[in-house]
Structures are given as C-alpha cells and as structure tokens.
Design a protein around this ligand. Structure first.
Ligand SMILES: Cc1cc2nc3c(=O)[nH]c(=O)nc-3n(C[C@H](O)[C@H](O)[C@H](O)COP(=O)(O)OP(=O)(O)OC[C@H]3O[C@@H](n4cnc5c(N)ncnc54)[C@H](O)[C@@H]3O)c2cc1C
Length: 443
C-alpha cells in the first residue's frame, strides 16, 4: 500500500492521452483535486479521437507498461479481456521475421494483452471516472501558464465557447503529446526552452481493419514482418483487436508513394519480404473503407534534465517529453514508467523544486535505453539521419547476432524478449552464458 500525503491542493494535467490519464491516476493519491484538461470531447463509446491521430494504427502494449497499468488499476486487464482483448503468448503466438530470420516459437511465460489503442484508453478512462478527486474538463484548451518567482502558478484555459478562465495549480503536468505545449509556454514567459535531439526517420504507418483472417496457413495470433534494412525498407504487422477483428498495418522507412486504397494497400503488402503477410490478406475484404495513414517524421527527445533555470511545478510526461520510433512499441510503456517514477518521487515528500528537478532527471534516465534501442535499429536504414550513438557499428553487429540466435535458441530469445519489453537492461544480453549461445555455430 502506498502512503498518501494529501497536503497538496491542486494538480492539473494537460492532455488526456495514455500519459495524461496515468499521471492523473498517480496524482490522485497525493493531491486534493486533479483537473484533467482535454481538447477533445468526452467519448461515450470506444472510438478513435481526433486529438490522438495515431490511435487507429497498431498499438502493442509491452509487458513493462502492462504491469504498471495493472498496478495502478487492479483488474483492468480482466476487464479488457471481457471487452474482447486477446491474451497471447508472446513467443508462441507471434510469427516474427526479423533481419531475414524467423524467430523460434515456443511456449514462453510472457503473455501480453492485445487490443486496439482506443479500447485501452477507454478502459482506463472508465476507471479514472470512478476516482472522486479527478475532474475532467473536455473540449478545453490550455492557452498559457503563468509563473510567479520561478514557480508554476496559474493556468489559462479556453473552453469550447471561447470563454477564458484561470485556475491556480500547485503543479501542471504537460501530457500534450506531439504538440509539446511546454515549448510555447516557456517561450512566452521568457524561459529558455530545452535543447532537443532529433533523428529523422520518415516512417509511415498505413492501417486497415479486417475480419478474423481465415487462411489455412495461419497458426499464429500476430504476425510481425520487420523490414530487413538497408535493402528492405518495408514491413508490416497483423494483430488481433477486440470484436474478433485483425488490424493490418503496413510500415515503411523513407517511402515516397503511400498506399491510399485497398488496391495500393495490397500491392504494398505484396512487396513485404515475408510472403505470408500478403498471402493471408490477399483474398480478404477489409471492414474499414479507408486506409488510415500516419507519418512519423522524426524521433524527438527534449533535454529538460539539462536546463538550469526551469520553473518549479511544471512536469513533462509521455510524447511531450520524448517520441521514440513507434515501430518499437515503447511509447505507452514509457508513459507508464514515467508515471511510476512520478509516484515514487511524490512518495518521498520532496518540495516542488526538488520534485521538478529529480523527476526530469529520472525520466531522462528511463529514456536512455529505449532511445538507444530505437537508434541502433533506425540507423540501419539509409534514410535515417541525425547524431549517431557512440559505438553504433558494434551495437548493430551484436544485436544482429542476437537476432540470428533468436531463430534457434529459446534461451537467447527469452532474454531478448525481456529487453524488448523494457523489463531487463540490454547489458543482460552480454552475459557470458548468452554470449556463448549467440556465438555457438552449431544449432
Ligand atoms: C503510428 C504510431 C504507432 C504507435 N504504436 C505504438 C505501440 O505499438 N505501442 C506503444 O506503446 N506506443 C505506440 N505509439 C506511441 C503512443 O501512441 C504514445 O507514445 C503514447 O500513447 C503516449 O502518448 P501521450 O499520452 O504522451 O500523447 P497522446 O496520446 O498524443 O495524447 C495527447 C493528448 O493531449 C491532448 N492535447 C493536445 N493539445 C492539447 C491542448 N492544447 N489542450 C488540451 N489537450 C490537448 C490531445 O487531444 C491528446 O488527447 C505509437 C505512436 C504512433 C505515432
């Protein structure tokens, strides 16, 4: 049981995506009142929201994120499963081609919950609405923040009718996602904005929903055809979502011509290296009429931890802090890990200044490894540009050796899964026992 300290008065969360929702849940233990401000209107059913344009693309929740969300909302994954989410065995039920090899399949002890992102968000929202000290202001936009003596003090909000109100707040969490509203707020008040690292990847996603696929070759629940860079820049994934449906997503790096209808969607699918990807959908009709496209130009990470003069009480979470390449499915789990870090620091009873500083430092450390994992892979593509990590050729060489071993060694693949799900540090892949297996030539 976590201790509670209700001396603090009001916290405001800006943005009601996954990061904002998890932050609100954490804050509800420590503040008398939490106000969550969201520019979209309140959903009365499970749907993709305008403010989350990536929501209709494939979203896999890693184990690290699942565990934290379950800890914050006990029983939520049972509720999800009652609403159609599918529990799958990661190593057994996923057909995964990776760098020209196929992952060995076996009964692992890692089970994940597969559902659409709108269902996951909706289920979290249902739980938040039961927490008495969380209030919602939908269809409201934050115009600005006001600071007093380097402390966050007032938040200026505009509602859907254009009425502007001011709210006093002890802390504000910026969970505005790609909008990264903090930049404008800081600029407007004369603060230095944080430096940022940007890596251009030019990834696109294109998704369509199909009914359950019936091809006779299917003995899996999900399929992931990761591109095989540098030569093959195209890939795709097929994953189960509620309603007994399959979400089929195409991905590509540096692609100029994007699929825009079912014909060009199938044409693109046929060019994916793993032929089963196309085979299982070619004779099926999609349930969705349109191809949903999302372009992700670059990974972006702000360095709040390096700022000296940062106003106390403004904390950044989720994509507003860092956007990693979505292909690695880390974003929602990072938001969960950051929410957990916030909780741990709030439990220490720090003052506002210490909380702000320690939180941004802690989040920055959380981001280091996922960021490195993404960059190691992204720099295999010819179109990626930006500052490369130190030791990149060695990292890429070793990861590729591990990936190859995952095609025939359950032990190596199990360890790889732990790293992929952000449950273990990648250094665990350099353990002597793993090294020996990676470099064992006989299978
Ligand atoms: C194509 C794609 C695929 C992805 N796949 C995965 C995946 O498989 N697994 C995974 O874990 N992650 C994935 N992600 C990442 C994931 O979507 C996010 O990292 C994660 O949801 C955290 O987002 P967030 O809550 O910070 O921001 P968002 O989900 O973008 O939410 C931001 C919220 O802020 C609101 N907002 C914005 N401006 C204002 C304003 N002025 N006032 C009030 N509200 C405002 C928006 O309406 C929105 O509700 C993917 C991302 C993309 C782009």
């Amino acid at each position: 049981m976590f201790s509670k300290n209700m001396n603090r008065t009001r916290a405001v969360v800006v943005g009601g995506g996954i990061a904002g929702k998890l932050a609100a849940r954490v804050l509800s233990e420590f503040f008398k009142e939490i106000i969550l401000i969201e520019k979209d209107k309140k959903d009365d059913h499970i749907t993709n929201r305008k403010g989350v344009p990536q929501g209709n693309q494939g979203h896999v929740l890693l184990k690290s994120g699942e565990e934290i969300i379950e800890e914050l909302f006990p029983g939520i994954f049972q509720e999800l499963s009652r609403n159609g989410a599918k529990k799958t065995n990661f190593a057994r039920d996923l057909l995964w081609s990776h760098h020209g090899t196929q992952k060995i399949r076996f009964d692992s002890n890692v089970f994940i919950s597969q559902q659409s992102r709108p269902l996951l968000e909706w289920q979290i929202q249902q739980r938040l609405e039961k927490i008495p000290n969380i209030n919602f202001r939908f269809e409201c936009k934050v115009q600005n923040l006001k600071f007093n003596n380097d402390e966050m003090n007032t938040i200026v909000i505009e509602d859907k009718n254009g009425a502007v109100t001011e709210l006093l707040a002890d802390i504000v969490i910026d969970a505005s996602g790609a909008a990264a509203l903090h930049n404008q707020w800081l600029k407007d008040s004369g603060y230095k904005i944080p430096t940022k690292t940007e890596i251009k990847v030019d990834v696109f996603y294109a998704s369509m929903v199909f009914k359950k696929l019936s091809h006779e070759s299917i003995n899996w629940h999900s399929l992931l055809a990761y591109p095989n860079p540098p030569d093959v820049e195209r890939g795709g994934m097929i994953s189960p979502i509620e309603g007994n449906r399959m979400l089929v997503t195409l991905i590509g790096y540096g692609t100029k011509e994007l699929p825009k209808d079912i014909d060009s969607f199938l044409e693109y699918a046929a060019s994916v290296e793993q032929s089963e990807f196309y085979d299982v959908i070619k004779n099926e009709s999609p349930l969705s009429e349109d191809v949903q496209i999302y372009r992700f130009p670059s990974l972006r990470r702000y360095h709040f931890e390096k700022l000296r003069n940062f106003p106390s009480g403004l904390l950044i979470i989720g994509d507003a802090f860092c956007r990693v390449d979505p292909v690695f499915a880390q974003g929602m789990s990072l938001a969960a890990m950051e929410a957990k870090a916030l909780r741990e620091l709030l439990m220490q009873g720090l003052n506002k200044k210490q909380l702000t500083k320690n939180y941004h430092k802690k989040v920055s450390r959380i981001l280091d490894i996922p960021w490195l994992i993404a960059l190691t892979e992204d720099f295999r593509f010819r179109t990626t540009s930006g500052r490369k990590p130190i030791g990149l050729p060695i990292l890429q060489w070793y990861v590729k050796s591990v990936v190859t071993a995952c095609s025939h060694n359950e032990h190596v693949y199990s360890r790889f899964i732990q790293v992929l799900h952000l449950k273990s540090h990648p250094i665990s892949l350099a353990h002597p026992g793993i090294l020996a297996k990676v470099f064992k030539t006989t299978k």
